[in-house]
Design a protein around this ligand. Structure first.
Ligand SMILES: [Mn+2]
Length: 383
């Protein structure tokens, strides 16, 4: 059996609120599906965060539908699980249900596995850390069920401690050992390692969701994995896409205007030297006090013809952290100590709780209400 493993396509993500960036994510998805079809696999598995939101826009739904319909039309099975971004937070149907209507298979609680020929394919939707026990239970059940079949594949969208130090739900030992291929999503950097009877792999995101991911892209590329399960140990090969928009990061010190203009000229030559089909995103880290208006004008005037956008951020002085000597860590207390304000602590702590449960949507609403000065009752957000 030959499969293509794709993950974290985040369709609908509009980075920097730019339409071009939204389109980049669609383009990456279409390109990888096209390349997948050319490999003539039996199936395509997608390990979550197909969409950037559990309520994708019609455009995002349309793009997903087109690509998946195409794959299905070539006789390729499409199997997916909801991820942390596209799983409804409370009750409700994941957007994937729409794709089920087309003939894709969505593995989640009500249908945790399928069998294709003699291959067992099990999957679990993203499960926040607070439900870790349920997750472990489900893993055990799948492992037992899988043992009846010759080849076994497991689909997960979770963080593993080794790769996500502070936001993981699992450690490597939690993952059953009797599968041949572990298709994982959630970690945006591509990686493959030995586990159980075969290989464990994060396919990574297909576009650059945050600046740091561009560094990963330069090191390990972006795209999918082509997995051949015909031999005892699966062979995992990279399938790379070439439509990733470049991100350039430069640090500058606050200096005279002449110095800054020299800096701009150097960057200009560099950008032109890239010979990229897509205009790069430039990230400028600024150290020291600057005249922001002048800085912005200078970069925009001299570089806007060759860049998609310039993002500025301040490089703050190193923060000194106090050492903590307490027996158990009380998060609320730590926040209180740092912020020294009861209201802000309440907000930060509520946010912390929501986010540690993966409830990005409520966290987002909370912040939005707060910023608009419309936050009347924080209790509503307490979990
Ligand atoms: Mn993701």
């Amino acid at each position: 059996m030959l499969l293509i493993h794709i993950s974290d396509t985040h369709l609908g993500y509009r980075q920097y609120n730019l339409e071009e960036r939204e389109k980049d994510f669609y383009e990456a998805f279409h390109q990888i599906v096209e390349q997948a079809i050319e490999e003539h696999p039996d199936l395509i598995v997608h390990t979550g965060d197909l969409f950037d939101s559990s309520r994708p826009t019609p455009r995002a739904l349309l793009e997903a539908t087109r690509a998946i319909k195409k794959a299905l039309g070539h006789g390729i099975k499409v199997i997916t699980i909801p991820g942390s971004h596209d799983m409804p937070k409370r009750r409700g149907v994941p957007p994937h249900a729409l794709l089920e209507e087309l003939g894709a298979i969505v593995l989640r609680s009500r249908r945790p596995y399928v069998v294709v020929e003699d291959t067992f394919i099990g999957g679990i939707e993203y499960t926040p850390r607070v439900f870790r026990n349920i997750l472990l239970e489900k893993l055990k059940d799948l492992s037992i069920e899988a043992s009846k079949y010759k080849k076994r594949i497991l689909l997960l969208h979770q963080g593993i401690e080794q790769f996500l130090k502070f936001e993981h739900e699992l450690v490597l030992d939690d993952i059953p050992k009797n599968f041949h291929y572990y298709a994982l999503g959630h970690v945006h950097r591509r990686l493959v390692m030995d586990h159980g009877l075969g290989k464990l792999a994060y396919a990574g995101s297909t576009e650059v969701c945050s600046r740091d991911e561009y560094v990963d892209y330069l090191e390990v590329g972006k795209g999918a994995f082509l997995v051949d399960l015909s031999s005892d140990i699966p062979e995992v090969q990279r399938v790379d896409i070439d439509c990733i928009r470049p991100h350039l990061t430069r640090s500058i010190e606050a200096r005279t205007i002449t110095d800054l203009m020299k800096e701009v000229e150097i960057i200009r030559k560099e950008v032109i030297g890239l010979r990229s089909r897509k205009k790069p995103v430039l990230h400028i880290k600024v150290r020291g006090d600057v005249d922001w208006q002048q800085l912005r004008r200078l970069f925009t005037d001299r570089l806007s013809d060759i860049l998609l956008t310039v993002r500025f951020e301040t490089l703050s002085e190193e923060i000194e952290y106090e050492e903590i000597h307490i027996e158990s860590i009380n998060i609320r207390e730590l926040i209180q100590r740092r912020l020294k304000d009861r209201k802000k602590t309440e907000l930060a702590y509520t946010l912390f709780n929501l986010l540690s449960q993966g409830d990005v949507e409520s966290a987002h609403n909370l912040i939005e209400e707060f910023l608009k000065g419309e936050l009347h009752d924080i209790e509503e957000y307490k979990t």
